[in-house]
Design a protein around this ligand. Structure first.
Ligand SMILES: [Zn+2]
Length: 279
């Protein structure tokens, strides 16, 4: 019995020693290049340990997010319909968003629960998770990417974020600058010489985003529509409403029938009572 426990202790000591060796080896490994980070998220973690501090970024996360939402809702469905592949030259390509990797690692568990996909830490609000990304995972930014918020002017981010009041005066110079940026996006993302679907999308892009960059106010942005939402949730809710309505009407019908029968019986009782009275 004693011999057996000795072997267990010896085994545990060996295991802890080898673990220590392994830890030393990993901390002594050379720093990993930033390119690898995007390919392997574990290597990104190492990089975080090596570098520690956060970088200073001059790109608005909120505006980048707004721009991404607009692309997803008002452009991607039409690009998918045409089965067109955006090239990396196009500034609207997902790889050209500085925050794309971080945003992909946001887990929205509940209304008040956001989780970091890198280290599984939880937060009550999205803005706290954003702060956490800035402080802890700044090294996981798509360093080769550009700031998506830079194309916000062309994509009408203010319109979506409601950051510009409807009554504020239109600035013709800004409008023409945004139109120019918008048209250059159309040219870069959907070059007309790349076939019929590219030229169709080029035309679409001008109508969807660029035409509204004028002070006449005649054209509204996103005139060609958006992604249609027919999720299972909506179907479920409408089905539930239908069932509840049906139950409500059945209840009303039964209630009224019961009332009628009640009054009939009352009448019968009172009539029979009246008949009995003379006796
Ligand atoms: Zn984290």
């Amino acid at each position: 019995m004693l011999g057996w426990s000795k072997w267990v202790i010896f085994y545990i000591i060996c295991l802890s020693l080898s673990l220590q060796q392994l830890r030393k080896a990993s901390s002594a490994s050379p720093p990993i290049q930033t390119d690898q980070v995007h390919e392997d998220f574990l290597s990104g973690r190492y990089l975080k340990q090596e570098q520690g501090g956060s970088h200073e970024i001059h790109c608005s996360r909120e505006r980048s997010r707004a721009a991404w939402k607009i692309i997803e809702e008002y452009l991607v469905p039409f690009v998918e319909k045409e089965q067109y592949q955006l090239s990396r030259r196009c500034r609207l390509h997902p790889d050209n968003d500085l925050f794309r990797d971080q945003e992909h690692h946001k887990v929205h568990l509940d209304i008040n629960e956001w989780q970091c996909g890198f280290c599984k830490k939880s937060f009550y609000e999205e803005k706290h998770l954003d702060k956490h990304f800035d402080n802890r995972h700044g090294n996981l930014l798509n360093s080769h990417s550009r700031c998506l918020a830079d194309v916000c002017g062309a994509l009408h981010c203010d319109h979506v974020m409601n950051s510009v009041s409807q009554k504020s005066k239109c600035n013709p110079a800004a409008a023409s600058r945004n139109k120019h940026l918008c048209e250059s996006l159309a040219d870069n993302c959907f070059p007309v010489n790349e076939g019929p679907s590219a030229s169709r999308l080029h035309e679409f892009f001008l109508h969807q985003f660029c035409d509204a960059h004028s002070c006449t106010g005649r054209q509204k942005p996103f005139s060609r529509g958006r992604r249609k939402k027919t999720s299972i949730f909506y179907i479920f809710i409408s089905f539930l409403t239908l069932i509840l309505l049906l139950l409500f009407y059945v209840y009303i019908y039964l209630y009224q029938r019961g009332m009628k029968r009640g009054t009939l019986e009352l009448k019968r009782i009172s009539q029979s009572g009246r008949k009995k009275k003379p006796f």
